[in-house]
Write a protein that binds this ligand. Structure first.
Ligand SMILES: CC(C)(COP(=O)(O)OP(=O)(O)OC[C@H]1O[C@@H](n2cnc3c(N)ncnc32)[C@H](O)[C@@H]1OP(=O)(O)O)[C@@H](O)C(=O)NCCC(=O)NCCS
Length: 301
């Protein structure tokens, strides 16, 4: 993908995703302006220049498919993947995917992604190509009152805004819990040159980091994550802090379905389910520990 392709790729992401969901009886994912989805090109090119591949129709020269990938020390993440509605079912995605899995094999790295459990096409695409679902997540949406969340979880006083001095501890925490490492992402969020990111950390009495949670606030993506916490209670305190950073908005966040206490807390706060996703891995990777909260901006897997 070149800079000149951004508007067409943004349109493909917007229309391809909305078309798939709407033609399967669900609501559109992107509801703002088409141009807003250039956010994916902008953030991903900032983080990983040159890491988006396109499938181009030779006769019309139109873009039939696009896929971003994010090479990191420990793995390659994949996403967002889109195929034009006119080209779906013709192995466009399979070929884009093969390009990235070949790269990963050459570097002997696992490939990781988050795929919808409601979308049989993407589920099939990845599991046919050797990916294995690892963790199920419920996507929850919560409308945050202008006055903030009306519940104060234990440990809220241990949450503070992240600084660049926290990056190495965040990296270590994620490596311990989710077996991936990606320092540049955390630097990028905390530096926040575009003004759309916010990061909280959970620090214990002895100054050790027990968790962190990022959020993005943009017309094309209003999500909490990525995040890690050792316990459900710490995760709830971090979610509380990031929700209150989103007063008057309705961010989405992914909670592992197995974290009973955290799920119950979110229901108590008024969260509702809006999707279900699986983290999927191609290659040998240990199961995550603690509370892992992935996101699609940028996709973490
Ligand atoms: C999901 C999406 C990318 C798939 O693109 P596509 O080009 O139509 O997919 P392909 O034609 O390459 O098919 C993928 C594979 O799934 C297989 N497949 C499809 N339905 C299947 C089913 N029900 N059971 C088993 N396999 C199935 C196909 O046979 C193909 O495998 P193969 O190449 O080994 O034969 C496309 O539908 C899309 O853009 N959807 C909207 C956006 C989206 O959901 N993106 C993914 C999330 S990031």
């Amino acid at each position: 993908m070149d800079r000149k392709d951004w508007p067409e790729v943004a349109s493909l992401i917007y229309h391809g995703t909305n078309h798939w969901y709407q033609s399967h009886g669900m609501n559109a994912i992107f509801t703002g302006a088409v141009e807003d989805t250039e956010l994916f090109c902008e953030v991903y090119e900032n983080l990983d220049p040159g890491c988006c591949i396109l499938a181009v129709d030779q006769s019309s020269q139109r873009i039939a498919g696009s896929c971003f990938f994010h090479p990191r020390e420990t793995h390659i993440s994949l996403g967002i993947m889109n195929v034009h509605p006119d080209a779906m079912g013709q192995k466009v995605a399979s070929r884009l995917l093969a390009h990235i899995t070949n790269l990963a094999e050459a570097e002997q790295k696992p490939v990781r992604l988050v795929s919808s459990a409601l979308n049989l096409d993407s589920f099939s695409l990845y599991t046919r190509a050797g990916f294995t679902p690892q963790t199920a997540f419920q996507d929850m949406i919560l409308s945050v009152p202008e006055t903030g969340i009306d519940h104060a979880p234990t440990g809220l006083n241990r949450v503070r805004k992240a600084t660049l001095a926290d990056v190495s501890k965040m990296v270590a925490l994620e490596l311990e819990h989710n077996h991936i490492s990606r320092e540049k992402d955390f630097r990028y969020f905390i530096e926040n040159k575009s003004g759309i990111w916010h990061v909280s950390v959970y620090e214990n009495e002895t100054g050790d980091l027990e968790g962190f949670l990022v959020s993005v606030q943009h017309a094309a993506s209003n999500m909490l994550g990525p995040g890690i916490a050792r316990t459900d209670q710490q995760a709830a305190a971090l979610i509380h802090a990031e929700l209150n950073h989103n007063r008057g908005r309705s961010p989405v966040f992914l909670i592992p379905v197995t974290r009973r206490e955290l799920v119950d807390t979110m229901y108590k706060w008024g969260a509702r389910n809006c999707e279900i996703h699986f983290s999927q891995v191609r290659g040998n990777v240990a199961l995550p520990e603690g509370v892992v909260m992935p996101t699609f901006m940028p996709e973490t897997g």
